[in-house]
Write a protein that binds this ligand. Structure first.
Ligand code: INI
Length: 151
């Protein structure tokens, strides 16, 4: 029997983060959670590359470019799409999720989906270091587990 349980050792791992500026009150917190957790797991500060993009919709293209650069072992995509603030919420959510999944499935490195999709700003903040944990920190452990996945 082969049983693989995610190895979360960040030693020697190079991690890319693509993060949306839109709703940066939330995304700054997601980013802090992700970087804090990566460092806790042994990822060196100089091995973390962060690319900012305008909004969540731009995350898949940035993730694709970063994945194809060959400079990272895994990527975390961070964003916050809040229903109350847009009539095109559904398009932004679905295209962002679809695009990130495509890059992760077809590209050379795994891409984590750290995009919050909520009805209110309060719900988003709760999931960015509040009562609901920090989605960025969750993605940090997930990307390490996935970057170590055996062939
Ligand atoms: N981008 C977000 O990341 N979150 C949002 O809530 C949001 N709203 O509300 O519209 C949003 N829109 C911008 C979008 O991601 C693109 O940057 C823009 O449409 C340009 O392509």
């Amino acid at each position: 029997m082969t049983d693989y349980l995610g190895n979360l050792n960040g030693d020697g791992q190079r991690i890319g983060i693509v993060v949306a500026q839109f709703n940066d009150l939330v995304t700054q917190r997601l980013l802090a959670g992700a970087i804090g957790s990566l460092k806790q797991h042994g990822v060196a500060e100089e091995a973390i590359t962060t690319w900012w993009v305008p909004g969540a919709f731009e995350l898949p293209r940035a993730a694709k470019r970063l994945a194809e650069s060959g400079t990272v072992d895994g990527i975390i995509a961070l964003g916050a799409v809040i229903r109350g603030e847009t009539s095109h919420y559904d398009y932004v959510c679905s295209e962002t999720a679809r695009g990130i999944a495509q890059v992760s499935m077809n590209g050379p490195v795994p891409v984590m989906f750290g995009v919050l999709t909520t009805d209110t700003l309060e719900q988003a903040i709760n999931r960015a270091g509040g009562k609901g944990g920090n989605k960025g920190a969750d993605c940090a452990t997930a990307v390490l587990a996935m970057s170590h996945l055996p062939a």
